[in-house]
Design a protein around this ligand. Structure first.
Ligand code: TXA
Ligand code: MG
Length: 303
């Protein structure tokens, strides 16, 4: 079933049932080598899924669970290969969402869940968006309304002596650094593969271009002259649009607004028949880094 979390909607299956997990891959059209996150109802269940946690991993779990943080740790033997994509690590997370926690509590086990979208596409932040992705392909969609965070969890490699951010999210690198007392680095590590960090990902049907605020209208005019329908995402209302016709405009003022609204804006642009989305990134730092990461990956998709 699909269920809401504070980040995005997940497509969940019993994490101890390899066949159920394989069905998720099938539905998503996702290569079987990509690991999925195991969602737990409480941090106390970690021992069943992890072979052991480093002190820093424990500290991060203590500080940020329930919350938008996924810890990649050494897997326990009971974790099916379908969950880990064959690697010897597993991603674990306790989500901070009432409905998700109610589901996990009632189920009692771990729930393997990637974002409830087709592979490479935009993650859903509403139940309607999940239906849009899969139609009748899934049995149950729990509707918890729009997701309050809007971008996927921070994924942290916690297998080594130092934490490392593999995917930025709402738990920021600065928060993690303050917690552990050293500068936590960002980027893929040599020991842990994170296929969800492919350069092209999180992409709508429209082409996405990253542009500077003061170049928006010139680029929009150029594209319109070529016959393209243009959409604009921006943290600041752009100045005078002059005579340029924009099919879709989303102004998301704060990094929180931008994160919360990003995927619905990309979907909105697609629904409106936009050919090219011009995205002005928010100023970097904190949650904005997650927004910039997703925009950059959306823009990296050649089409
Ligand atoms: O916020 C989220 O994390 C959402 C909600 C539903 O919890 N889930 C989500 O799942 O975004 P997914 O499958 O779309 O992204 C999971 C990310 C991928 O980048 C994947 O590579 C990474 O986590 N990941 C999971 N397990 C891993 C592992 N054992 N080693 C390395 N990376 C892992
Ligand atoms: Mg995903």
């Amino acid at each position: 079933m699909a269920f809401p979390t504070e980040t995005v909607y997940g497509l969940g299956a019993d994490a101890s049932n390899g066949r159920a997990v394989a069905r998720i891959y099938e539905l998503k059209g996702r290569p079987p080598t990509h690991p999925v996150i195991v969602h737990l109802g409480s941090a106390g269940m970690v021992g069943e899924w992890a072979a052991g946690l480093t002190d820093d991993a424990l500290a991060a779990a203590d500080a940020f669970w329930p919350g938008p943080l996924t810890l990649v740790v050494a897997r326990s033997r009971r974790v099916p290969d379908e969950v880990t994509g064959g690697s010897d690590t597993v991603g674990l997370r306790v989500p901070a969402h009432q409905l998700a926690l109610a589901l996990l509590g009632a189920f009692g086990g771990g729930v393997a869940a990637p974002s409830a979208n087709r592979f490479g596409r935009v993650s859903p932040t509403t139940a309607e968006a999940v239906r849009e992705e899969f139609g009748d392909g899934i049995d149950v969609v729990l509707d918890g309304g729009p997701c309050p965070v809007g971008v996927e969890s921070t994924v942290v490699d916690a297998t080594g002596p130092r934490l490392r951010v593999l995917r930025p999210g709402a738990v920021t690198t600065r928060q993690l650094s303050q917690l552990v007392g050293y500068e936590v680095s960002v980027g893929t590590s040599s020991t842990v593969r994170a296929p969800g960090t492919l350069p092209s990902h999180y992409a709508p049907a429209a082409r996405v271009e990253l542009v500077e605020l003061d170049g928006v209208w010139a680029r929009a005019a150029q594209l319109s002259a070529d016959g393209a329908a243009v959409g604009v995402l921006t943290p600041v209302p752009p100045g005078d649009p002059a005579a340029v016709e924009v099919r879709f405009l989303a102004v998301m003022a704060t990094p929180e607004d931008y994160a919360r609204g990003l995927y619905e804006a990309l979907r909105g642009a697609d629904r409106g028949g936009v050919d090219v989305v011009l995205a002005v990134a928010p100023p970097p730092g904190g949650l904005a880094d997650a927004v910039i990461d997703r925009l950059t990956r959306a823009a990296a998709t050649a089409r």
